[in-house]
Design a protein around this ligand. Structure first.
Ligand code: GLA
Length: 393
């Protein structure tokens, strides 16, 4: 793959010494949705699909960017000087945001670079293509300019950039899953403390299928901020009765005890999801440790129901995809993944049922929604890497 990308890089930017190749994955979250900004736990993993980057340091201050996913835009040129927050929907604002964020942390980028990107994460799918670009950029800056930052720092810098440069109020899950990914493992992360553990994903021959609704997110972004605000308001009400720092501090029993403090039905539902989903995540990780895949799947299903009924972030497309999946023999669990409102579902499916799953769910989805979904049998991969230091495929 990288030979082709290097050839394209040289065609666009010209040949020359020290052209380096990199990769950062996308992510899928198995359970623990909309908990990462509520001080709860998440359980995501990195994928083997993601973003490739070819980069070369420049002697001047120019930034020249080219994305093979947006060929029509051609080369986009700017400068490392005077970078400032910009929430316009222009892909270069992701790498620029990360450069700016390094500067904010006292690591000013003073030299320019040429950068070519190619992503094989399906567009608008909610598999974190933007976090992938952020972590990739941070990794490249570290490698090219020698900044002393850990992979965990790269996650935090990526999130800081997305929050403060791009104006998207996301939590830490996506960048963390990408920067810290480990093949065949999911990451059990406590977002309140950033304490994490790798959990081997022993699926007993079952496969992970990502089903893409092909409903793009958009409106979703404003709803995302609305949900965050609802949870913050519910937390403030609960704090009048009990001394907690976040919704993740409560279990179901404690929530029942204090929920009357929340003076609005909708906010009660939102907070209930955050509390219950966090507890489900703890149980799901325990179930996986006990090799109880059946329970793990049931908790995934319950997560979807809660996201549908209490958090209300699913919609017709995601619900259809999941409800059709539940009908297929050999499906261990299925739920929406990511922010919701569109994007993808994640299902754990017995190996022998994979073909039937894709045929059956694909047919029913198209009949009910009117256009086709896409299906990917995915593998759990590592975090970011420099490709030319490992053996090429
Ligand atoms: C998006 C955000 C994450 C997280 C999920 C929902 O992917 O970027 O931080 O909040 O939604 O779990």
């Amino acid at each position: 793959m990288q030979e082709k990308l290097i050839a394209k890089f040289e065609e666009i930017f010209g040949a020359g010494a020290d052209v380096r190749s990199y990769f950062a994955p996308g992510r899928v979250n198995l359970i623990g949705e909309h908990t990462d900004y509520n001080g709860g736990h998440v359980f995501p993993c990195a994928l083997t699909i993601g973003t490739y980057g070819i980069a070369r340091k420049r002697e001047d201050k120019k930034l020249r960017f080219y994305s093979m996913n947006f060929d029509k835009l051609g080369v986009l040129e700017s400068s490392v000087e005077g970078l400032k927050p910009d929430n316009a929907a222009n892909w270069t604002n992701y790498p620029k945001g990360v450069m700016w964020a390094f500067g904010e942390r006292g690591m000013k980028v003073t030299q320019g670079m040429d950068l070519l990107l190619y992503g094989n994460i399906p567009n608008g799918s909610g598999l974190s293509s933007s976090a992938s670009v952020e972590v990739l950029t941070g990794y490249i800056l570290r490698d090219l300019f020698g900044f002393s930052v850990t992979n965990q720092d790269l996650a935090l810098i990526g999130q800081y950039a997305e929050n403060n440069f791009n104006g998207v109020n996301c939590g830490i899950m996506d960048q963390f899953a990408i920067a810290m990914g480990k093949a065949d493992h999911a990451i059990f992360l406590d977002t309140a403390t950033l304490h994490y553990e790798y959990a081997p994903l022993k699926l007993d021959g079952a496969k992970i299928i990502i089903s893409c609704t092909n409903k793009k997110r958009g409106l979703g972004d404003s709803k995302y901020n609305e949900r965050r605000a609802e949870c913050e308001a519910a937390l403030a009400e609960l704090q009048t009765q009990t001394n907690i720092r976040s919704l993740g501090d409560l279990d179901e029993k404690q929530f029942a005890q204090y929920q009357n403090a929340i003076k609005d039905e909708t906010r009660i539902k939102r907070a209930k999801h955050a509390v219950y989903e966090n507890q489900r995540t703890l149980r799901a990780v325990e179930a996986l440790k006990n090799q109880d895949l059946k329970l793990f799947g049931e908790l995934m299903n319950a997560s979807h129901v809660s996201l549908r009924d209490d958090y209300e972030v699913t919609g017709k497309e995601l619900d259809t995809m999941v409800e059709e999946a539940w009908k297929v023999d050999g499906v261990i669990g299925s739920r929406m993944t990511g922010a919701g409102f569109g994007g993808c579902t994640v299902s754990i499916v017995k190996e022998e049922a994979v073909d039937a799953f894709i045929a059956q769910v694909g047919k029913a989805y198209k009949e009910k929604i009117g256009y086709a979904g896409d299906f990917y049998v995915v593998e759990i991969g590592d975090g970011p890497c420099r490709l030319d230091t490992i053996k090429a495929n």
